[in-house]
Ligand binder design. Structure first.
Ligand code: SF4
Length: 351
């Protein structure tokens, strides 16, 4: 059986699908063949994954036409006929892909859009509690996907469906990344202050304060990881310490993966960095603001924790893209440095 899995973005969601792959492999055995379609910037996340045969990237930002992209899939299909398309994205783009290959059976993930939407619209904390406990719980997105899809297979008894990266995932993920050119002294904690959207970020001043506290109260080295566009990380340059390593904009995605895979712990927002760290078996502290762990992105590691403030306005956005409509960014500002520090302490002492 040849299955084409489709997830164009974002980085964290693509990483999370490694658990789906592991589940499919356990279910279908060695004979099954998996190919993966994603955005070109995330091809590197999947190319060396042991469960994936071919990775096809769509370079929409670089101007690749839909026709050229489609031809790449047609070529894959002619080499090894695709038996099933698993659409793990559920967007217009993935719908277009399914339509382009309408002769191939396809299944798409149910993203629970209306439940998510309703949760962002209810403004009573009590009602929200009743509503979301019934509909959401803390089921992760991947567990949900697996539950949706398992009905299509004849017998899934005995196949674990928990979110679980296979033993050795640490080495696998590390092998995906080029060795970091930075010789970082260990042990170190990663601070990942960036996020895909501004309102998903804990204030940089709070991250800076946290770094000061950690430098003072622990002996760990601290590594700042963020992309080239996250210039707000210059705020960390005011701290003078040879235990602080600000790598903002200095690492490729693969090098960031490598740095994360060797960390003791990662502290960050609801973002791809935290998902990558967890995939490598590294515990995380994840800070939620306008989005919500119940949307399916709660950290799943046994020692990982998340912090989120219960308030009438949150969650206000299914993706974190929507601008905050209040006079202040309360959902994030009310998460204190002391709370994050305490959560870090608990995880480190639990090791
Ligand atoms: S404070 Fe409320 S409205 Fe503003 S971003 Fe946070 S959850 Fe949304």
């Amino acid at each position: 059986m040849h299955i084409l899995l489709v997830r164009f973005s974002s980085m964290g969601d693509v990483v999370l699908q490694t658990a789906t792959l592991n589940w499919l492999r356990a279910l279908l055995g060695k004979e099954a063949h998996f190919s993966f379609v994603t955005s070109s910037e995330f091809v590197g996340l999947m190319t060396s994954h042991p469960e994936v045969g071919a990775v096809i990237g769509f370079d929409r930002k670089g101007g690749e036409s839909w026709g050229d992209f489609k031809r790449k899939i047609m070529s894959l299909h002619s080499e090894r006929p695709i038996d099933l398309i698993l659409d793990l994205h559920g967007t217009l783009r993935s719908f277009r892909l399914r339509c382009s290959f309408w002769r191939i059976p396809a299944l798409t993930v149910d993203k629970r859009r209306w439940e998510r939407f309703l949760l962002t619209k209810i403004k009573s904390v009590r009602l929200k509690r009743l509503f979301d406990l019934k509909l959401f719980g803390l089921e992760t997105q991947v567990t949900r996907i697996i539950r949706d899809f398992e009905g299509i297979f004849d017998d899934t008894r005995g196949v674990r469906r928990t979110v679980e990266f296979r033993k050795g995932a640490h080495q696998e993920l590390t092998s995906l990344g080029a060795r970091s050119p930075f010789s970082l002294p260990t042990p170190y904690l990663v601070i990942a202050p960036a996020a895909s959207f501004e309102f998903k970020r804990w204030p940089v001043a709070s991250f800076v304060e946290l770094v000061r506290v950690l430098l003072k109260e622990t002996s760990y080295h601290l590594v700042i990881l963020a992309g080239p566009e996250d210039t707000f990380c210059a705020a960390f340059d005011d701290i003078s310490s040879d235990r602080l390593h600000n790598l903002q904009g200095k690492t490729s995605l693969k090098q960031s993966m490598d740095v994360l895979a060797h960390a003791t712990l990662c502290v960050g927002n609801d973002s791809g960095m935290n998902h990558i760290a967890e995939a490598a078996g590294v515990s995380c502290v994840t800070l939620f603001g306008p989005t919500d762990p119940r949307f399916g992105f709660a950290p799943h590691g046994t020692r990982s924790r998340f912090l989120a403030k219960e308030m009438a306005c949150r969650p206000c956005s299914t993706t974190g893209k929507t601008a905050c409509y209040r006079d202040r960014h309360y959902c994030m500002e009310e998460i204190t440095v002391a709370e994050v520090r305490e959560t870090i302490r608990q995880i480190l002492e639990d090791r």
